[in-house]
Design a protein around this ligand. Structure first.
Ligand SMILES: O=C(O)CCC(=O)C(=O)O
Ligand SMILES: [Fe+2]
Length: 289
């Protein structure tokens, strides 16, 4: 049974009550980051591209739209050829982001049909800068954070990834633990060991709020949205509604690519190094035989 901790008490910015910080893990939440008018514009823009009438046929699946530099999983780099111009409803708020250098240049707008979620994962370390943002709109949802553990590390080292998981990676540049498939996992996919060892933190992401993940929250913790029909919010059970988010990342290039974080268990850069070392060792053994 997972230890669900309600949101640990954040520090509220004395100059702005909309800003909450969980400094010990590197999380920051800015409420009312965008206006209700901006929110309506974003929802309209999303459905101009993917009409709700077409989405309604598939009520389980997240729908993604990509802007800026697409992530190319064949090269593990930013595609210089696949660039989709970033719409004004995104560029207009970039000057207000708390981290101005580097600014995000990859944007994934997602629609979560009511009840859907995203499996626990750590976004790829090697290819994206530290600051990782999620802007929520449409409705509120609790996001779960948990310090990664041995199971997460083991899952990330499983050799074969399903086509669906690769697709998910292409969708969002995330590193979903392989056994977290399918995209909306049933409870049977939960690995209790890590959850027993490390408490789950639930942070409510209100509509129009901006979440910034840095440090431990970005590199060492998994984040997830549980697929659920209802959520417990402030002691009340509320039905999960359709939600939109914009995940924002800065793509690393050239010498920036790689990672020196303190969480090698869930670091894709370290995993690649380990695998390369194992392959070299395997090669030496094989040639010596
Ligand atoms: O929808 C969100 O708020 C988070 C999405 C996410 O974690 C991702 O795309 O990597
Ligand atoms: Fe993520």
């Amino acid at each position: 049974m997972a230890l669900i901790h309600s949101t640990p008490t954040p520090t509220v910015d004395p100059s702005n009550p909309n800003i909450s910080r969980w400094d010990d893990i590197g999380l920051m939440l800015i409420q009312e980051f965008i206006s209700e008018d901006d929110e309506a514009t974003m929802i309209d823009a999303f459905h101009a591209q993917d009409p709700l009438s077409e989405i309604q046929g598939n009520l389980k699946k997240r729908i993604s739209q990509h802007f800026g530099y697409h992530f190319d999983y064949t090269t593990f780099g930013a595609s210089e050829t696949r660039f989709t111009p970033v719409p004004a409803y995104i560029t207009s708020f970039l000057p207000r982001l708390p981290v101005q250098s580097p600014l995000p240049d990859q944007f994934t707008v997602q629609y979560y049909p009511p009840g859907s979620g995203i499996p626990p994962h750590v976004d790829t370390h090697s290819m994206f800068g530290e600051a990782l943002y999620s802007l929520s709109f449409g409705s509120a949802v609790p996001m779960q954070f948990r310090m990664s553990g041995a199971n997460d590390a083991r899952k990330m080292r499983l050799p074969k990834r399903s086509v669906q998981q690769q697709q998910q990676q292409q969708d969002g540049g995330t590193t979903d633990p392989p056994s977290a498939s399918p995209a909306v996992p049933g409870e049977q996919h939960r690995q209790p060991d890590d959850e027993e060892q490390h408490p789950v933190w639930e942070v409510l992401l209100p509509a129009r709020s901006l979440l910034l993940m840095t440090g431990a929250a970005r590199y060492g913790y998994t984040h997830a949205i549980r697929p659920r029909k209802t959520d417990l919010v402030g002691g009340r059970t509320v039905p999960r509604q359709g939600r939109y988010s914009i995940t924002m990342r800065s793509v690393k290039r050239g010498d920036e690519i790689g990672c020196g974080c303190a969480y090698p268990g869930v670091c894709d850069a370290r995993i690649r190094e380990e695998m390369a070392a194992a392959a070299r060792k395997g090669g030496v053994v094989a040639s010596a035989e």
